[in-house]
Design a binder for this molecule. Structure first.
Ligand SMILES: Cc1cc2nc3c(=O)[nH]c(=O)nc-3n(C[C@H](O)[C@H](O)[C@H](O)COP(=O)(O)O)c2cc1C
Length: 262
């Protein structure tokens, strides 16, 4: 048996939540943990298959109430074989809307058996004022608590017990995706050419000789470059996104709590 923690995490909040759950599950069940970080574009060039003895722990950030659109094709190609799976969505304190249901449906179409789901809150990609530094200590305690419950369910299933399906929040048809506006982010003269942004961009949209040059057709405004830049040289310039950021800072500051569906 093996736990495989697969995650996409441009600003690393999803990674933190998923590894918290994965490490606790691994300790409790005494199964090894393998990390599969699918944030870089080359990590998504491969096809991944899972067998009956694997447990897939899939973690994704919520983008506009859905899973990130660039992952749709990749996820549709994951192959299970009656593989048990847990889906985790990390959202920036507004809502996860239909993301967990979408993850569950994709996996179940691919021969996985989704046995549980969880939603965590992560610092918002667009703002360091919303859910600052989350997942925090309390979120990680929650990760441990739910890992124990999920491990118990896995042990019951493996022992041949029949277990009822769990209820999940989310709607189908899913929320409509909206088009991203052009010219999303810019670079100031403070850039020190350390190339951290280039190396960490999940869509290879930053020029590897001149980080101020962005391929706006590829940029998904994940904000990895903005949060990682040691010189604070990257910023969102688009009026629509800045308006959205202001609206979120006005209306979604009240801390939300992580949730388990089991
Ligand atoms: C394009 C985009 C859309 C987002 N949409 C939502 C949303 O609908 N609801 C929400 O609460 N947070 C939303 N967020 C915030 C992220 O879900 C949140 O910050 C998450 O922790 C980022 O995960 P990461 O650190 O693994 O990249 C959005 C972020 C981005 C970049």
């Amino acid at each position: 048996m093996e736990i495989k923690a697969m995650y996409f995490s441009p600003t690393k909040t999803t990674e933190k939540a998923i590894l918290g759950i994965g490490e606790n599950l691994s300790n409790k069940l005494e199964y090894p943990l393998t990390k599969i970080n699918i944030t870089s574009s080359n990590s998504r060039d491969k096809n991944y298959s899972f067998n009956k003895d694997d447990i897939l722990l899939l973690g994704l950030p919520v983008y506009a109430g859905r899973i990130p659109e660039i992952l749709e094709k990749f996820l549709a190609n994951l192959k299970g074989d009656k593989t048990l799976a847990i889906v985790v969505a990390v959202y920036g304190n507004r809502d996860f809307d239909d993301a967990l249901l979408e993850m569950k449906n994709i996996l179940e179409d691919n021969e996985f058996h989704v046995i549980s789901a969880a939603a965590f809150i992560g610092e918002h990609s667009f703002s360091n004022k919303i859910a600052t530094d989350r997942p925090d200590v309390n979120d990680m305690k929650f990760a441990k608590m739910i890992s124990d419950k999920i491990a118990d369910k896995i042990l019951l299933l493996k022992a041949g017990n029949d277990i009822k399906n769990f209820e999940l929040r989310g709607n189908f048809p899913y929320k409509e995706r909206s088009e991203l506006p052009p010219l999303l982010q810019k670079t100031t003269d403070d850039c020190i050419f350390c190339m951290e942004c280039v190396e960490n961009c999940p869509t290879d949209s930053i020029d590897d000789e001149d980080p101020a040059k962005i391929n706006q057709d590829k940029c998904i405004i994940c904000c990895s470059c903005i949060k990682i830049c040691p010189a604070n040289a990257k910023y969102i310039s688009n009026e629509k996104i800045l308006g959205l950021k202001a609206m979120l800072e006005e209306n979604f500051m009240e801390p939300r709590e992580p949730e388990l569906f089991i």
